[in-house]
Ligand binder design. Structure first.
Ligand code: DX5
Ligand code: ZN
Length: 221
């Protein structure tokens, strides 16, 4: 992958036209999609499950599928999401009392592994697990809904993670999720983000390909 990566979150897509919208993104050069799984317990909203992830897998067989689990007891569902065709599965620090075991289990299921922190969780808490993960995701909104306002203190957390990554000589990607759009994407990349999730900015745009090329050129500038 060439960094930075723009990762549309399909949560904001029109589910009745999901195949078409995925193809529109593909044609605009997207090859990484972000899937938001919500259970109504860990977060106050319900989204979709492994069935939809499997359908996305079939619809874009060559794209990278980044599956963000916002669920309680993620250990119980890792094999389902791996079987559905996930390339990377991320779990929340706050949802995993045995985070090391959960990360190992994601890898044993043949997927790359990511860890996520909520806005109120410190980056320092991730130190022990960071050498074992492929990606660390900073939530820049409180998870549960698309279309929320970006939390400004997230920039500092990106800087902190970058610093910790070099201290540890680790190689994980830094991803940001929530409220990313044309206004902040350049600064996020400058700060050190590798993967930018964008839901409403991409799928609620009048012209999706135009928005993707705008976001990409702002990210690369
Ligand atoms: C929030 C989800 C996000 C969300 C981003 O709980 O994890 O991925 O879909 O949506 P926007 O880009 O609309 O903030
Ligand atoms: Zn997400």
């Amino acid at each position: 992958f060439d960094l930075p990566i723009l990762a549309p979150s399909i949560l904001a897509a029109d589910f009745l036209k999901l195949g078409d919208e995925l193809q529109t993104c593909k044609d605009a050069g997207i090859n990484w999609f972000h899937c938001d799984i919500m259970d109504g317990h860990f977060v106050p909203n319900i989204s979709y499950g492994p069935g939809i992830v499997g359908a996305v897998r079939k619809s874009v067989p060559d794209s990278f599928l980044d599956v963000h689990l916002m669920i309680e007891n993620p250990d119980n569902y890792i094999d389902d999401f791996a079987d559905a065709g996930s390339d990377l599965i991320s779990v929340h620090y706050e949802a995993c009392p045995h985070l090391h075991r959960t990360i190992q289990s994601i890898k044993q299921n043949g997927c790359m592994a990511g860890v996520v922190i909520n806005p109120a969780t410190s980056t320092d808490l991730l130190r022990p697990i960071l050498p074992d993960v492929d990606l660390a995701l900073i939530m820049s909104v409180n998870p549960g809904f698309g279309g929320q306002k970006f939390i400004q203190s997230s920039y500092r957390k990106v800087q902190e993670l970058k610093q910790i990554r070099s201290e540890l000589n680790a190689e994980f990607l830094i991803e940001i999720d929530g409220g990313v759009g044309t206004k902040n994407i350049s600064k996020l990349v400058e700060t050190g983000v590798d993967v930018l999730v964008a839901g409403s900015s991409v799928f609620k745009a009048e012209d999706i390909p135009e928005r993707i090329s705008e976001l990409n050129s702002l990210a690369l500038k």
